[in-house]
Write a protein that binds this ligand. Structure first.
Ligand code: SAM
Length: 223
């Protein structure tokens, strides 16, 4: 049984100070979007980690969250969020809820977050945590490589696991002008892609830096 610090729901001045220093590090690595930096500064990352990692919560590192999965490095969260260019009030789908940290950062931007998780243990734990922390995030259990057809279309889709190719279900669930940010590659490293659905329905693809994510599983992921 993992022990989560969130049961204490504490966010002290010390934590806030550590977050400010984390934000300075991320900004120094090239993240410029002030809304994204502010969201990282506001979300108490230590509440999304196992207590054993509490002292390291504000290091710019990924950590295990159980079930062979990870909470992404804060720089990676900021990088993907910056590329997403989500605007207040937009409908955003996250594929790979994991710890719930990225979803909380998105909620901090004032968007309406729908998040799907494929692992049942993580889904149950994180749904309860986000409710306990009072984040207004809609969390679903299922295969996010198929998107979330019942709630589509979305203004933005963010995939937080590495895909072998861009899932067609996801590009189909983008509104005109909508954007999908997704790491695509092999099981060791992936290139960050941003796909934009243009007004005429055509898709435009842009390529960014390389990262290393856990695999996107499911129908349009790794089998
Ligand atoms: N966004 C997460 C966070 O803030 O902690 C980090 C996500 S972790 C790097 C990737 C997550 O994607 C894992 O929790 C994994 O179970 C989930 N995942 C993998 N394939 C999936 C799929 N087809 N649908 C939904 N979630 C999936």
């Amino acid at each position: 049984m993992l022990h989560y610090q969130s049961s204490l729901q504490q966010d002290s001045f010390r934590h806030k100070g550590m977050r400010r220093s984390l934000v300075r590090q991320i900004a120094a690595k090239g993240i410029r979007d002030t809304a994204v930096l502010q969201a990282i500064e506001n979300v108490p990352r230590h509440l999304f980690l196992e207590a054993v990692f509490l002292e390291q919560a504000y290091e710019d590192k990924a950590f295990p969250i159980g079930e062979g999965q990870t909470i992404s490095q804060p720089y990676t969260v900021a990088y993907q969020t910056q590329l997403l260019q989500a605007q207040k009030g937009q409908k955003v789908l996250e594929v790979g809820t994991g710890s719930g940290y990225q979803a909380a950062v998105l909620a901090g931007l004032g968007v309406n977050v729908f998040s799907v998780e494929y692992n049942n243990v993580l889904f149950n734990r994180t749904k309860a945590l986000l409710a306990q922390l009072r984040y207004p995030i809609h969390v679903f259990y299922g295969d996010g490589s198929r998107g979330l057809p019942a709630y589509a279309p979305f203004d933005r889709i963010l995939v937080t696991a590495g895909a072998p190719a861009v899932p067609e279900s996801l590009t189909e669930q983008l509104k005109p002008g909508g954007m999908l940010v997704i790491p695509v590659g092999n099981n060791k490293n992936q290139e960050m892609l941003r796909i934009t659905r243009l007004a005429d329905g055509e898709l435009r693809q842009e390529k960014f830096d390389k990262f290393s994510f856990v695999p996107l599983l499911g129908h349009e992921g790794w089998k």
